[in-house]
Structure formats: C-alpha cells, structure tokens
Design a protein around this ligand. Structure first.
Ligand code: FRU
Length: 492
C-alpha cells in the first residue's frame, strides 16, 4: 500500500492549507453569508518564510474552501498579521456603491546590520466579497519612528464613540489608536506596563466585549499572545485581561492575568468581526501550533492547522471572571452517530474499553469521583500509541500526556508536561474532540481548554476509561462519531 504522505495527519474538522506553510489566523470576518479566514502563508515552502495572506471561506467555519492568495509582498515589505472589517458606512471612501471588506495588515520590511526592521500598517479593499484585492495607494497608513515591533492591528468599530479602534502589538505593550476613516490614525493609550506576562514579545492582540453567562453584565476582554522565549518551557501562548474600555483606554479590573489555553498548541487567536447582531456570538480561533516546534512538525508538503472555532463567554465565580470557550454549535452536524456511555459505576482498577476506529470523534463524559485518587481516559490511537488524560485528586489537576502519542522526536519540548490546576476533580464535565492530529480538551463546560497536537498513525482505535485506587461514576455521557461504530466492546 502506498501512503500519500501529504495526506498523513491531515485534519477532517480543522482548517489546514492544501500545501506549504501557515501560521496565525488573520482577517477573520463574516460578510454576506460567508466566514472569511485569512492566514499567514508562505506559498514557496512548508517552513516560515516571506509572508503572504492566504485565504479561505466557509459557510459554517468547519468546512473551508481555499481561495487564491489575497495579499502578496510589495516594496513596503512582507504581509504580517492583521484583521478585516466591513466598512458599512463607507467611512474610507472605498465603497461608493455598496459596503465591502477592508483588510488592515502589517507591512514588514526586513532590517540589515545597520537598519532595524520596519513595521507599518496598511490597507487593502475588495469590491467582490474578497475574491480580488486592491492595496490602498496611500499605504502605509500608520508608522512609528522608532518602534521596530509595531504590528498585528486588530480593528473594530466602537459605536459608543463613533470611531474605529485599533489595538496594536508594540513590543512589551499594546497600543490603542483610533480613526474616523481607517486612514488617519490617532494614538490613544498604551497598556501593559507592570502587568501580565512579559516572557516574550507581545503579539496579536484582540479587544472585545463579552457577556457574563446568565446575566446582563458585560466586560471588556483583551487577548495578548506572548511569543516564544527559549528560556521558558511553555513556548508561545496567549494571556488575557478583563476590564473596561472607554473608547480610548483599556483598564484592567486588577493585576491578574489568565491563560486562554493550558495546552501547548493554541496561539495568536483572534475573533471574527461583523458576526450579525441576530447571531450575537463572539467566536475566535487560534493557530494550533507553538513557535517552539512549528517548523519541525512531521507533516509533509503542508504545515499547521487552526483550532476549532470556539464561542466565547464569561463566567463569574465570586468576584472572579473567567473566559469560557466551547466549540461552535456548527460542529454538531459533523457527528451523526452517538453512543451513550451509561452508568458505569465502580470501575475500580479495571478498564473499560470502547472501540472507535473512525477518522474523528467527540467524547462527552460526566464523571463523579467516588473515591478514586486518579482517573481518566486513554485514547488508544493504535496498539502502541496512546494519549493519556488524567485527573488527579491529590493535586486537583488535569494532565494531558502525549509522550507515547506517536511521532514526538522532532522536538524535545513537544513532550513537556501539559496540565492545569482546577478547583477540584470531584465532579468533572469533560468534552474532547479528537481529529487526525489533534486533541482539544474542554473541562467543566468550557472553563479550561487544553489544546494539543499529536502525530499518531491513526486518530483513535479505541478509548479506555480508568480509575486508580477506588471508583468513579459515569453518567449522562456519550461518544460521537461521523457514522455508526461497531458495537461497543466492554472488556472489564
Ligand atoms: C505571531 C507573529 C506575528 C507576526 C506574524 C508573522 O505568530 O509573530 O506577530 O505578524 O507571526 O508571521
């Protein structure tokens, strides 16, 4: 049998480019029935290189159609990350006839020994739903005389003050600018001194309002990605702050920051612009990789994929607000077969196995810890390869161990510990989505996310549930697959 290596590890539920290199999601926007996903793209190679903007569209954010490259490098530089908006009221003057899309992106010019690199913000617009693009003649629209990290503009319309607002990554801070027309920008404020994690360069900010679950209260949330620094184990990851925004200044409620994801593979996440009011969701997706090893992952001819699109909300526990994330409901229609896992009581030290062997699957488990010290699930990708998810009651942690998950030898940091401390492990709701080369774990209705790449020969032959030193009780749980699986095989 010949294996088509370019297809090995290719995801079913996640966006990946047909060929060559991809990193950050860019310009996420909804317009006239289509979700647009642009992305950092090197069309020449499957490692990072001269950046372009690749482009894909979708009706449901799961199944994507890749279109032609949207933005090519020019004399102002390569095309780094940025965002997209719909200019509904022709504030730019680009749309005399009907509203259309504007891309706001960073032009990056490499430096030399004498000259530092130059980053500036530029515009491009489209009159045909993003199929062709015209760069604005007056580019760049925003420069800085001495900041060489000056990138990743995320723009939104701030209706309370009737203007566009841009959040921009400026080294170890986020700068906020405003504009009436996307062309002339005014500096408003800077956030980041003495707050948050500064282990790496700040990148890819996003600022938006979220509703608190079961309440009318809203808060502003600022996402800030933190670049890889070889001195630290975690690699690149995304932190967030909760606070208020008055159209000019973001003020964090307190000194605290949070991590958006406790797995290693969710970076540079930003949210969709212009999702219709009637829908009302705030949805984001991230780049499912880590700068520690992104250029080495063992795919052939293509590299990188995005996380699932996830709906965001806020949960308030006492005085603490937390960002909650759940895969969008559009995912449900990809799982037509559901098998209940019911009332498994008193597993003890034994094992319960469910045969799967499908190209992707979803698992929803409600687990009550009766007296087990440790418990969890093992995803057996093949007879040799497995990933273990363990809940530990002595530390109140969830740990995802991918040391035996398949190919791991391309980077030492790929097997570093992925864990999160949670309140307690006595009553756990667990939602796991497993695709050809990824596991996305959501604990307690989206309160903790843990996103992790894996490179096994097959996604999942069977799963087993285990409990150590005691019992657990499982109720109201199921495994979902794209079509019927063989009869569940119980081998207790
Ligand atoms: C984040 C990032 C951005 C930059 C882009 C370049 O992963 O470093 O700050 O715009 O990637 O590809």
């Amino acid at each position: 049998m010949t294996i088509n290596y370019s297809q090995k590890y290719r995801p079913h539920l996640h966006f990946a480019p047909k060929k060559n290199w991809m990193n950050d999601p860019n310009g996420l926007v909804y317009f006239e029935g289509e979700y647009h996903l642009f992305f950092q793209y090197n069309p020449e190679d499957s490692i990072w290189g001269p950046m372009h903007w690749g482009h894909a569209v979708s009706k449901d954010m799961i199944k994507w159609t890749e279109l032609d490259i949207a933005l090519y490098p020019d004399e102002l530089g390569n095309i780094f990350s940025g965002s997209a908006v719909v200019d509904w009221n022709n504030t730019t003057g680009f749309f005399p006839n009907k509203p259309g899309l504007v891309l706001i992106f960073t032009h990056h010019l490499d430096g030399s020994e004498e000259i530092p690199p130059k980053q500036s913000q530029s515009l491009a617009f489209s009159h045909d739903n993003g199929r062709t693009w015209t760069k604005y003649q007056g580019n760049p629209v925003l420069e800085h005389e001495n900041k060489s990290d000056f990138r990743d503009p995320k723009v939104f319309w701030h209706k309370e003050t009737d203007k566009w607002v841009m959040v921009l990554a400026t080294g170890q801070t986020i700068s906020i600018y405003s504009s009436q027309n996307l062309i002339d920008w005014k500096f408003e404020s800077e956030f980041g001194d003495n707050i948050g994690v500064h282990d790496g360069v700040w990148e890819c900010p996003d600022l938006f309002q979220l509703k608190v679950e079961n309440s009318e209260e809203t808060k502003w949330v600022l996402f800030v990605s933190v670049g890889d620094n070889p001195q630290f184990e975690a690699g690149s990851r995304t932190q967030y702050f909760i606070g208020s925004f008055d159209g000019s200044k973001f003020t964090a409620d307190d000194e605290s920051y949070n991590w958006l994801d406790f797995g290693k593979d969710n970076y540079a996440g930003v949210s969709f612009s212009d999702i219709p009011k009637e829908d009302g969701r705030r949805i984001y997706l991230g780049w499912m990789s880590n700068w520690q090893y992104a250029n080495q992952v063992p795919t052939e001819g293509w590299r990188s994929q995005m996380t699932l699109p996830r709906e965001l909300s806020l949960r308030k526990n006492g005085e603490i607000y937390k960002v909650i994330q759940k895969p969008v409901k559009e995912l449900d229609s990809y799982f037509s077969y559901k098998e209940n896992i019911q009332n498994v009581i008193g597993i003890g030290d034994g094992w319960k196995e469910y045969k799967i062997n499908k190209s992707y699957l979803e698992l929803v488990l409600n687990i009550e810890r009766l007296n087990a010290t440790r418990f969890g699930i093992i995803l057996h990708h093949t007879e040799e390869h497995f990933t273990k998810i363990t809940f530990d009651s002595t530390e109140n942690t969830v740990v995802l161990d991918r040391k035996s998950s398949g190919v791991i030898d391309f980077s030492e940091s790929f097997s570093y510990r992925q864990a999160v401390k949670i309140g307690n492990v006595n009553n756990i709701q667990l939602h796991v989505v497993i695709d050809s080369s990824s596991i996305e774990l959501f604990v307690n209705e989206g309160e903790y996310a843990l996103t992790s790449l894996i490179y096994p020969d097959k996604p999942c032959e069977y799963i087993s549930i285990f409990a150590v030193d005691g019992k657990i009780k499982i109720s109201n749980s199921h495994v979902s697959t794209p079509f019927k699986q063989e009869q569940a095989k119980c081998t207790v």
